[in-house]
Design a protein around this ligand. Sequence first.
Ligand SMILES: Nc1ncnc2c1ncn2[C@@H]1O[C@H](COP(=O)(O)OP(=O)(O)OP(=O)(O)O)[C@@H](O)[C@H]1O
Ligand SMILES: [Mg+2]
Length: 142
Amino acid sequence: MPSVFTAASAADTRAHAARFAADTHAGMVLRLRGDLGAGKTTWVQGLVAGLGSDETVTSPTFSLLHEYRAGRLTVFHWDLYRLGADTDWSLLDLPEHLPGAGLTVVEWAERYPHPFPKKNCWDINLTVSGDERRKIEIFHHE
Ligand SMILES: Nc1ncnc2c1ncn2[C@@H]1O[C@H](COP(=O)(O)OP(=O)(O)OP(=O)(O)O)[C@@H](O)[C@H]1O
Ligand SMILES: [Mg+2]
């Protein structure tokens, strides 16, 4: 059963992620799904803040990967949006981060054509349900 939360604002989404941060550990993989603007990067902002970092989290849309030294964990924040079928995935070191030394967070994980490790993998789905309302569902794959 997924856990379901309704966020009424971006601040609410960040707070939800900050609570989730308390239960994270190295080697976890979080796949963030949701339409453009659903709030994936906003959720990662809350996650990194919840880990005790005051670093500014921005979208890695063009750089593919941002790394944050977030207190007890390094967060590897990927955004695969721009990648497509012609991507040479061997050029990316994504597999080397799975399950890496830190916490791997992947926006647009559905672009990645290879299986993710089942263990320690979580899906976080954001759905727009109003101007500022978002449904956030968390599924854990054991
Ligand atoms: N409840 C909410 N949760 C998250 N973001 C919200 C919420 N309400 C409004 N917003 C706004 O929606 C936008 C979400 O942008 P964000 O970059 O987080 O989306 P994204 O899913 O990462 O998009 P992309 O697919 O382009 O990477 C922000 O401008 C944010 O302020
Ligand atoms: Mg984003």
